[in-house]
Design a binder for this molecule. Sequence first.
Ligand code: C2E
Ligand code: MG
Ligand code: MG
Ligand code: MG
Length: 282
Amino acid sequence: YAKSKGHNRIDIFDPMMLQQVRDRLHLEVELRQAIDQGDFALYYQPIINLRSQSPRGFEALVRWQKEDTLISPTVFIPVAEETGLIFELSRWVLRSACEQLQQWQKRYPKLRSLGFTVSINLSANQFSLPTLVAEIEQALEHHHLAGQFLKIEITESTLMHHLDSACEILTKLKAMGVRINIDDFGTGYSSLSYLRNLPLDGIKIDRSFISQMDRSQEDLELVRTILVLARNLHLDCIAEGIESTTQLQLLRSLRCPFGQGYLFAPPLTADKAEVYLQKHIL
Ligand code: C2E
Ligand code: MG
Ligand code: MG
Ligand code: MG
């Protein structure tokens, strides 16, 4: 074994590593093909007003339809990011989400008066793309959508890695009416000054806090504190990953305004999301 021959060679001759590299390359090639063939689908998960129980928007979540299986974005988004394929994929996500919302607004005009939104997730790489704002603007225009119906989700770490450009980008998006939410709040960077320096609309409390809040006093206190922070800074707050009625009741008692999770609905195909709309708001 290479291990005995010295430190530097371990990586190269470790058969497990080699297999991982092969898998990775294979995944990369397949991902490239999938993008060319359009083997992706957007799923839509409802975001609920916890007081009225009515949906106020969908979060668009991408899936890779590989033959008979659906592959999770946690598997392929990192590969797409490392290979640069993320730009094309994100462009597709943006356009599909806008196209879908345009169709729904046409079919159900009430969605507009309700201010029903679709949120999309932005990847860190996109922040280094000089054309990002223009692409979003074009997608909105092309689908005759006002900016207020689109929301952008970015993680804290994305913000922190692009603090210089983030402010400018977010300010421009905000001017277009697009709203900005911090995703997975509480898991990233510890500096909070960005919350008052950037034009943000809301934060999404990470699922890890919500999933433990009915068992762990510490997590419950963290959620309570995040909610107070959000309220004092006039930020919207969405609790991610609500799975039980206990969690829902706790969140309600803490006056958390919005939530999302399997308790209400999992991410749905566009067809099922439309049925959901008909049933819950129309
Ligand atoms: P995220 O933006 O934090 O999305 C929430 C994730 O939590 C989704 O996983 C959703 O299916 C899952 N989830 C929602 N409710 C529950 C629940 O009650 N319990 C549990 N256990 N999970 C719940 P998903 O769809 O696998 O997406 C994972 C991550 O992949 C997303 O996390 C986001 O960071 C990324 N992602 C998804 N779609 C896109 C996209 O179009 N572009 C980019 N750049 N990233 C995306
Ligand atoms: Mg998200
Ligand atoms: Mg999240
Ligand atoms: Mg997450």
